[in-house]
Design a protein. Structure first.
Length: 302
């Protein structure tokens, strides 16, 4: 048995045939020859197909032709995985196309064409998604720090990554700064450059603390008691809008400000306080609650 011929035959049956498009022995010979595999007669094809079926491949016969009846993934499974990849806003277009090409290799070219007609179109971030993701995973595994620079930020900063979390079709990086145990997070696609360092993380933060922070930074904003709050932007800049997108993925920008559907809590107020005078709460009742929260903080620290 010619190993190269068998491998090429499997690939041809996988990509160029299905139930509606079986390949005759002569068509298989022609396609093999296009790949540089010479076959003298059709008997070789019949013997190879019998060998493949004897070794676990399900090659069926229809209309005097052959097709691979059982692929590693069904069409529906490939569709689900492809749509999941497409909905991930952190992933850039080039990597999405590369991953989809690998995924489509498990189905026939006819099924691939059908799926492409149904592809969704999403906004994709810029940059080398896969390289940045691998750097973060390497830093997490080896407890190393990273030098990152966010989009629309002039300066880089050194951070110690703690966890990479996916929420609402986005990746979020949770981290702390050297010498501090306070946890922060940022949206992954807002990171423009990443550089690994040889410096080790100098603080150990318990996993329970990281999980608690993740739950607070997500569930606290989007609980069942969430309500829509309107804000006015006082000092409108691209940097401010990127920060808001980072902190509130469900933000809706309006003509003079933005709105959020969130749960009113001290977690929300603490996040808003970091914006200083750049934003203003338009809802009087919520604004009053926010002022009382700030007064308590001032009294507690005076």
């Amino acid at each position: 048995m010619n190993r190269e011929r068998i491998i090429q035959l499997i690939e041809i049956l996988k990509r160029n045939s299905d139930f509606d498009h079986p390949l005759s022995a002569n068509e298989l010979i022609a396609l093999l020859e296009e790949r540089g595999v010479k076959i003298n007669n059709r008997k070789t094809i019949y013997e190879d197909i019998r060998t493949l079926n004897d070794n676990g491949y399900d090659i069926d016969n229809a209309n005097d032709g052959y097709y691979l009846a059982e692929a590693p993934f069904s069409l529906a499974e490939v569709k689900i995985i492809s749509d999941s990849l497409s909905s991930l806003k952190s992933i850039d277009k080039a990597l999405l196309e590369s991953l989809n090409a690998k995924l489509y290799s498990f189905i026939s070219e006819y099924e691939e064409a059908d799926l492409k007609k149904l592809e969704y179109s999403f906004r994709h971030g810029k940059g080398h998604f896969l390289n940045r993701l691998e750097d973060i995973l390497h830093a997490l595994r080896n407890e190393k720090t990273l030098i990152i620079r966010r989009r629309n930020h002039k300066d880089s900063e050194e951070i110690a990554p703690l966890f990479l979390h996916r929420y609402n079709d986005q990746y979020y990086l949770y981290y702390h700064y050297l010498g501090s145990s306070k946890i922060y997070h940022c949206r992954f696609d807002n990171i423009e450059t990443i550089r690994l360092t040889d410096r080790r993380n100098d603080i150990v933060i318990k996993k329970e603390e990281i999980i608690r922070y993740i739950n607070e930074s997500t569930n606290a904003y989007y609980s069942n008691k969430a309500e829509t709050i309107r804000f006015e932007i006082i000092n409108d800049t691209d940097e401010l809008r990127n920060r808001l997108l980072d902190d509130f993925p469900n933000i809706i920008f309006t003509r003079n400000g933005f709105s959020l559907k969130v749960s009113v809590s001290h977690v929300l107020f603490a996040k808003l306080a970091a914006y200083g005078e750049s934003i203003k709460i338009s809802d009087p009742k919520i604004a009053e609650e926010y002022i009382n929260y700030l007064k308590k903080i001032i009294t507690r620290n005076s």
